[in-house]
Design a protein around this ligand. Structure first.
Ligand code: NAP
Length: 289
């Protein structure tokens, strides 16, 4: 894929993944998806993060087919991520992944993740969870070998889930996508990813919007004459961590993409990292066996 307009990280598959992608959770309906993707492509986004549970795969695929030519782009210029829903974890994984491929209808998916370490309908302590994860991974490996899923990975896995997967997989995960922002720095998980050569990718970098009003973030933003959202996103990409800010607002989509023409000082990076307090804005997977 062409990454000329978007700084990228090299995955262990040998493929580049853009450092910036548009999050699409809660972006639903053809008009909203069209408006956001149009603004994102114009602002230089080349990566889009969807999931079966977001119920927007079909709209995203349709809108991209319409908008890529408008922006002088082809399928190969964009990087599409989607995820296997927890209801399909285990024996439903092959069917679930094929459904995502059919919904997006873009020929292949650049990155397909197991969305959650647990299975819908199983309690966190259910002993079927590990077997279901392994069955899902085997299905993803098959579709990867067929070229339908160019890279495969996981999301919301803990260090223990990662170790379990590394011990049993034939193909190692390319990406781990998890919550990551100054209040939740995930030090142990980042070390595990580094050890295994897995790309650590951030979601909820803006703390679902909450962190843009944090006093330290506001002060750093004022000092460097940037928006609080740009500061939060820059803090991650400056550490080599890809981000997926979500916005349905075209001005914010454009604003959130201006990350690669400034640098945060070491002092500002440290001030932001010092906010780490283990605070999560999203669901916690640490109890899933
Ligand atoms: P986020 O990107 O941290 O924050 C999104 C919120 O911030 C929205 O309410 C948005 O509102 C607001 N916002 C965006 N830009 C802003 C700006 N410049 N100034 C002020 N507010 C701004 O949250 P997220 O949606 O939870 O995470 C991002 C993406 O990561 C998701 O969309 C999804 O693709 C992915 N994700 C994955 C998982 C997983 O389990 N794998 C979990 C969560 C998220 P407006 O839309 O009104 O601008």
């Amino acid at each position: 894929m062409s990454s000329s307009s978007s700084p990228a990280v090299l995955l262990n598959t040998g493929v580049q993944m853009p450092l910036l992608g548009l999050g699409t959770y809660k972006l639903v309906g053809p008009e909203d998806v069209y408006q956001a993707v149009d603004a994102a492509l114009a602002a230089g986004y080349r990566s889009f993060d969807s999931a079966a549970v977001y119920r927007n795969e079909a709209d995203l695929g349709r809108v991209l087919k319409e908008l890529l030519p408008k922006h002088g782009l082809t399928r190969e210029d964009v990087f599409i991520t989607s995820k296997l829903g927890p209801k399909d974890q285990g024996e439903g994984a092959m069917e679930g992944a094929l459904r995502s491929l059919a919904q997006l209808d873009l020929g292949y998916i650049d990155l397909y993740l197991i969305h959650w370490p647990g299975t819908q309908g199983c309690v966190v302590t259910d002993q079927r969870n590990p077997g279901n994860r392994a069955e899902s991974w085997a299905a993803l490996e098959k579709l990867h070998a067929q070229g339908k899923l160019k890279a495969i990975g996981v999301s919301n896995y803990t260090p223990a889930h990662m170790r379990e997967l590394m011990q049993s997989c034939k193909i190692p995960p390319a990406v781990l996508q998890v919550e990551f922002h100054p209040k939740f720095c995930q030090t142990e998980l980042r070390k595990v990813c580094e050890e295994y050569g897995v790309c650590f990718q951030a979601y909820s970098s803006l703390g679902k919007g909450d962190l843009v009003t944090n006093p330290v973030v506001l002060e750093v933003a004022k000092n460097c004459e940037r928006t609080p959202a740009q500061v939060l996103l820059r803090w991650a990409v400056q550490q080599g961590v890809p981000v997926l800010p979500k916005s349905s607002n075209p001005d914010r989509i454009k604003d959130n993409a201006r990350l690669f023409d400034f640098t945060l000082s070491d002092t500002d990076m440290d001030r932001l990292s010092a906010l780490d307090c283990g605070h999560k804005f999203c669901r916690d997977a640490s109890q899933v066996v």
